[in-house]
Design a protein around this ligand. Structure first.
Ligand code: C2E
Ligand code: MG
Ligand code: MG
Ligand code: MG
Length: 278
């Protein structure tokens, strides 16, 4: 009986493996042609200045709808795009589209907002990355001071001298740099004094239940105070209600992003509901 059960467990296990393997293969196959087939769309989520409540920026977030797979979440397809290197052309499409959209909205007379673009480590390690950013920014005609590149702590695991000089050269293009998901990645903080960062985006896991959880309060309070001393701005991610907003305001956080302000919206909804004219 036990033998039989083990055999069944193994069968279930391998079926599960096969399913995941198959799904991953399908995603990879479909991702290869997703840019040409125009299957991607950018959603935009506002960031607000915590003191005034005014929208001060937006983050571009990638959405993918495929004819056979339907809507696939970035949490599922971004890691596959990174693993396969497909994130390089996809990331270039994201940067180009975000810059063009931001420029168009400025041309239409809306108050200018900085646009945050997520950059994967694979893109940063690409030897053509700097040139690509410079070209895309120039072609879009968007003033680079309205572009914020969001990188993650995974960049701290790579050869630091080369990474540092790359980040400085990005700054020379005129863009700003944010550390995304701050606090969840690399464990050493020494990179904070070496990298030319402008903003720390505190990961949403630390914001969750901040009004009740003493440990999260201690962590967020310390991050904010450290950031002030390092002359960095702080954005809290994943702010879901007024209580969390107020709590972060008392801690002198600079910017907030999250469902309390707005969910990510498609360009049309963002234009109609968030953008304001001068
Ligand atoms: P991220 O860059 O940290 O983006 C924030 C994520 O938190 C987004 O998920 C957003 O929808 C979600 N979020 C915002 N406010 C709240 C909130 O109040 N509560 C909760 N529970 N969630 C909130 P999304 O759009 O599913 O993206 C997930 C991740 O996928 C992003 O995390 C980013 O790491 C990656 N990603 C998205 N677009 C791109 C892209 O164009 N390029 C790259 N390389 N990565 C991307
Ligand atoms: Mg981000
Ligand atoms: Mg984040
Ligand atoms: Mg993230």
């Amino acid at each position: 009986y036990i033998k039989e059960r083990e055999k069944n467990n193994f069968k279930l296990f391998t079926e599960d493996m096969n399913y995941h393997f198959y799904r991953k293969m399908m995603i990879e196959k479909e991702l290869r042609e997703a840019v040409e087939r125009n299957e991607f769309e950018l959603y935009y989520q506002p960031l607000a200045d915590i003191d005034t409540g005014l929208v001060s920026g937006m983050e571009a977030l990638l959405r993918w709808k495929n004819k056979t797979l339907g809507v696939v979440s970035p949490a599922e397809f971004i890691p596959i795009a990174e693993e396969t290197g497909l994130i390089i052309p996809i990331g270039e499409w994201v940067l180009k589209s975000a810059c063009e959209q931001a420029f168009n909205w400025q041309q239409m007379g809306y108050r200018p907002l900085k646009v945050g673009v997520n950059i994967s480590i694979r893109q940063l390690l690409d030897k053509n990355f700097l040139k690509k950013v410079a070209t895309v920014v120039e072609n879009s005609k968007l003033d680079p001071r309205y572009i914020d590149l969001e990188v993650t702590e995974s960049i701290a695991m790579h050869d630091s001298d080369e990474m540092i000089s790359k980040l400085y050269r990005l700054k020379e293009i005129g863009v700003s740099l944010s550390m995304d998901d701050f606090g969840t990645g690399y464990s050493s903080l020494s990179y904070l004094k070496k990298y030319p960062l402008d903003t720390l985006k505190i990961d949403q896991s630390f914001i969750r239940n901040i009004t009740k959880k003493k440990d999260n309060q201690a962590i967020v309070n310390s991050i904010i105070s450290m950031a002030k001393h390092l002359n960095l701005k702080v954005t809290a991610e994943g702010v879901e209600n007024k209580e969390e907003y107020q709590f972060l305001s008392n801690l002198h956080c600079d910017f907030v992003q999250g469902y309390d302000i707005s969910r990510p919206l498609n360009a049309e909804d963002f234009e109609n509901n968030i953008l304001v004219t001068n």
